[in-house]
Design a protein around this ligand. Structure first.
Ligand SMILES: Cc1cc2nc3c(=O)[nH]c(=O)nc-3n(C[C@H](O)[C@H](O)[C@H](O)COP(=O)(O)OP(=O)(O)OC[C@H]3O[C@@H](n4cnc5c(N)ncnc54)[C@H](O)[C@@H]3O)c2cc1C
Length: 310
């Protein structure tokens, strides 16, 4: 059987991009991964909690799993261009503009797969200015800093409820501030939060001000429905306010959803012929390693069995 000789460019060497590339490599196809960092694995090294996943396996933390991905790459030598940050793409001319060590490079593709993942949404700088050392986005590796503290968790999704429940085990008190009428987290987690005597929930509320001299002492929240302002004693703040997609370089031709995630149909096909998206960057995707790897494997299989078959 012969495969069409196409230039395949994958952007991003996280679980999704690596999984697709490994399928293409094992089948002897020509491709390149463009990756802005100098190592493979994407967000994995940022995971400080233990990984206990039927598909992925059991690992001490994300770094431990990232090492397995690095080991795989050392063995099979996937074709990765490191230090290559994509600045823009032109899906009409099928060109990718990347900055590598300050030098602009242009790649031409026949098939483009965008696997650039997502990142934590950060709090407004003006809100947390001066209190950065009491502000957290990840807690697993710093749990000792929360012992016996009064902690504010901002958010209403699974990551916020999971953090609130974890912190209530070690903190003195946990306040959960959620901007919506109801938390959007899994119902079982929401009910655990409401049942926890150490957690107080403020729905429909927003954090508007932090105060304290050197250390954080108080926060002010506004309860939107009543417009009542409330001052609360707080030692630490944990933001769990969702993710942002790494899609800033995508041209206007490619359809994005209202949060700038890439819209796909069928086998990860965008609205532009020959442009695909996989992993966290896909609109509506559940942000998990197993899902990202599954997208890569499934797209690889589609390329090998249908899309690239002569
Ligand atoms: C703190 C934390 C804890 C998590 N815990 C878990 C967990 O317990 N279990 C679980 O299953 N999942 C967990 N996740 C989610 C999981 O890491 C992601 O779902 C997964 O990494 C997504 O893979 P991806 O390949 O789609 O994207 P990513 O891993 O984000 O990889 C994208 C790659 O694209 C590169 N890139 C981005 N923009 C550009 C650009 N412009 N040019 C070139 N390259 C670019 C990035 O450098 C990165 O290497 C966690 C994530 C975080 C941050």
């Amino acid at each position: 059987m012969k495969y069409l000789d196409r230039k395949i460019v994958i952007i991003g060497a996280g679980p999704a991009g690596m999984s697709l590339a490994s399928s293409l490599q094992l089948a002897g196809l020509d491709y390149v991964i463009l990756e802005k960092k100098d190592e493979v694995g994407g967000q994995l090294p940022l995971i400080h909690n233990d990984l206990d996943d039927f598909v992925v396996g059991v690992y001490k933390d994300g770094l431990d799993f990232a090492q397995k991905v690095i080991d795989f790459n050392n063995k099979y030598r996937l074709n990765v261009e490191f230090g290559c940050t994509i600045e823009s793409i032109d899906s009409t001319k099928k060109k990718i503009h990347c900055l590598q060590e300050g030098v602009e490079k242009v790649y031409v593709y026949d098939i483009l797969v965008i696997a650039t993942g997502s990142r934590h949404r950060l709090a407004e700088k003006s809100l947390i200015n001066g209190y950065e050392k009491d502000v957290y986005y990840r807690i697993s590796h710093k749990l000792n800093e929360f012992v016996d503290k009064k902690i504010l968790v901002v958010g209403g999704g699974d990551n916020a409820t999971i953090a609130a429940l974890k912190l209530s085990e070690i903190g003195r008190k946990v306040i959960l501030v959620n901007k919506n009428d109801e938390m959007i987290s899994r119902p079982d987690l929401v009910s655990d939060v409401y049942d926890d005597p150490k957690i107080v929930v403020y729905n429909n509320s927003e954090l508007v001000h932090l105060s304290g001299e050197e250390l954080l002492k108080k926060v002010e929240i506004i309860i939107n429905v009543t417009a009542v302002k409330q001052l609360i004693d707080i030692d630490k703040i944990v933001f769990k306010i969702g993710y942002l997609p790494n899609s800033g370089f995508v041209d206007k031709m490619i359809d994005l959803d209202d949060k700038a995630y890439i819209v796909t149909v069928g086998k990860y096909q965008t609205n532009i012929e020959g442009v695909f998206a996989i992993g966290d960057i896909v609109s509506g995707a559940y942000k998990r390693i197993a899902i990202a790897m599954g997208h890569g494997t499934e797209l690889g299989n589609y390329f090998l069995k249908e899309y690239l078959v002569k």
